[in-house]
Design a protein around this ligand. Structure first.
Ligand SMILES: Cc1cc2nc3c(=O)[nH]c(=O)nc-3n(C[C@H](O)[C@H](O)[C@H](O)COP(=O)(O)OP(=O)(O)OC[C@H]3O[C@@H](n4cnc5c(N)ncnc54)[C@H](O)[C@@H]3O)c2cc1C
Length: 375
């Protein structure tokens, strides 16, 4: 068993660190926006890292999408900018259903553009009345003489207003299907959601009698939940990677501060309770990084079979990130509270990670269910 990253992952990590360093001067501005920051978008585009999000056949880096590579990249990006991390992650989350279920025509039309960041992707699952309980969605596909008709609305959709299309989960009688909806289709409109504590490109999407051809389906009728699960199988663990990066950045801030700030004649870091907090943070980050890399490696081999390990990694790392960043704020005293300081941004950005892509409570339910099944 080798716990070191293979050279190909180290190369990706270094490329992501380079990109993060490049956009660092823009990070405060970009992380405060709920629309696209052009400078960060261009830097991502020129880095070529979004090629990780599609298979080589469509202009991607590797033959198959590699969850560990995405984890390692998100770890480096999130440590510097949540805006960068989100733009990068959504290129995969918002296109994976095309990769696994799209027709040749859909793949050829969209995946090369996703790889080159010529367009942004979006995945629209959540609705006003259906969050964790996805089966409660009411957006509906009906069949007409000329093709398909889509009606309903989605809420809190990343990249809404900026993406070229939406991958939409909708009901079709008693079944669930996925459909690819170009954002400029007649009857599609978007509205920004209320600003979050950690701003994010986010909007509600409305479908009002949107006419689409039968060829807009992603996969067969009734395969919608399967497509959604396939996306989670590959990308849920990458949230854990981002959470590890965020926590590491918070600890780096706390180490810098507590090694130089002197109270009671010694650097804070030499005072027992502060040293203890530093040690606990480092230990928890290392534990989360290990479970994350392992789950991502398992997802490389078989994403759907390893979904429970991805859930464990996401649960462990996102909960850890909140604990770590809270301790780091504490260790930094009044400087931990300054608005727009690095630590304050990380503190706000850690919070949504315990809610999106499977809230901690819902993940625990799934993990416990699997545990009991295995007895
Ligand atoms: C920054 C951000 C980006 C997002 N991007 C997207 C996107 O691109 N596409 C998309 O489709 N959605 C997106 N979402 C929505 C996200 O997926 C939902 O917020 C998430 O699924 C939780 O749903 P909810 O907010 O409706 O909470 P609810 O489902 O109402 O849950 C509220 C609380 O109740 C708990 N709870 C719910 N059910 C149970 C249960 N059975 N047992 C115990 N506790 C339970 C939850 O854990 C949570 O703590 C985004 C959200 C955020 C914050």
């Amino acid at each position: 068993m080798n716990f070191d990253l293979e050279p190909k992952y180290k190369t990706i990590k270094n490329a992501a660190l380079d990109l993060a360093r490049q956009i660092e001067p823009m990070a405060i501005e970009a992380d405060g926006l709920s629309f696209v920051h052009d400078g960060v978008l261009n830097a991502l585009k020129h880095s070529g890292l979004s090629r990780l999000m599609v298979p080589a056949q469509y202009g991607g880096t590797f033959e198959a999408i590699d969850p560990l590579a995405i984890c390692v990249a998100r770890e480096a990006m999130m440590a510097t900018s949540s805006h960068l991390d989100s733009l990068f992650a959504l290129q995969g989350i918002g296109s994976f259903a095309i990769t696994v279920a799209g027709s040749d025509e859909q793949r050829n039309q969209w995946l090369p553009k996703i790889a080159e960041v010529d367009v942004l992707g979006a995945l629209a699952l959540t609705e006003q009345e259906a969050g964790s309980d996805l089966k409660a969605i009411s957006t509906e596909i009906s069949t007409t003489d000329g093709g398909l008709l889509l009606n309903g609305s989605k809420a809190y959709i990343s990249n809404a207003g900026a993406s070229a299309y939406f991958i939409v989960l909708a009901k079709e009688d008693a079944e669930y299907s996925t459909i690819l909806v170009p954002a400029d289709s007649d009857g599609v409109s978007t509205k920004p959601t209320p600003e979050l504590i950690a701003p994010h490109i986010l909007g509600d999407v409305y479908f009002d009698n949107v006419c689409l051809p039968e060829s807009a389906r992603l996969g067969a009728r009734g395969e919608g939940l399967k497509n959604a699960l396939a996306t989670l199988g590959v990308f849920r663990v990458s949230v854990a990677g981002a959470a590890v990066g965020l926590a590491q950045a918070a600890l780096d801030e706390a180490v810098r501060h507590t090694s130089t700030r002197v109270q009671f004649g010694r650097p804070l870091a030499r005072l027992g309770p502060v040293a203890q907090m530093l040690a606990d943070c480092w230990t928890e980050i290392e534990m989360a990084r290990l479970i994350t890399y392992r789950a991502a490696q398992m997802a490389c081999d078989n994403p759907s079979a390893s979904l429970n390990h991805s859930s464990m990694a996401k649960l462990a790392a996102s909960e850890m990130a909140s604990r770590v960043v809270d301790r780091c704020v504490q260790m930094m005293g009044r400087w931990g509270l300054e608005h727009q300081s690095k630590i304050e941004r990380l503190y706000r950005q850690a919070r949504p990670m315990r809610i999106y892509e499977g809230s901690s409570e819902v993940l625990r339910l799934g993990i416990a269910k699997q545990l009991l099944l295995e007895r």
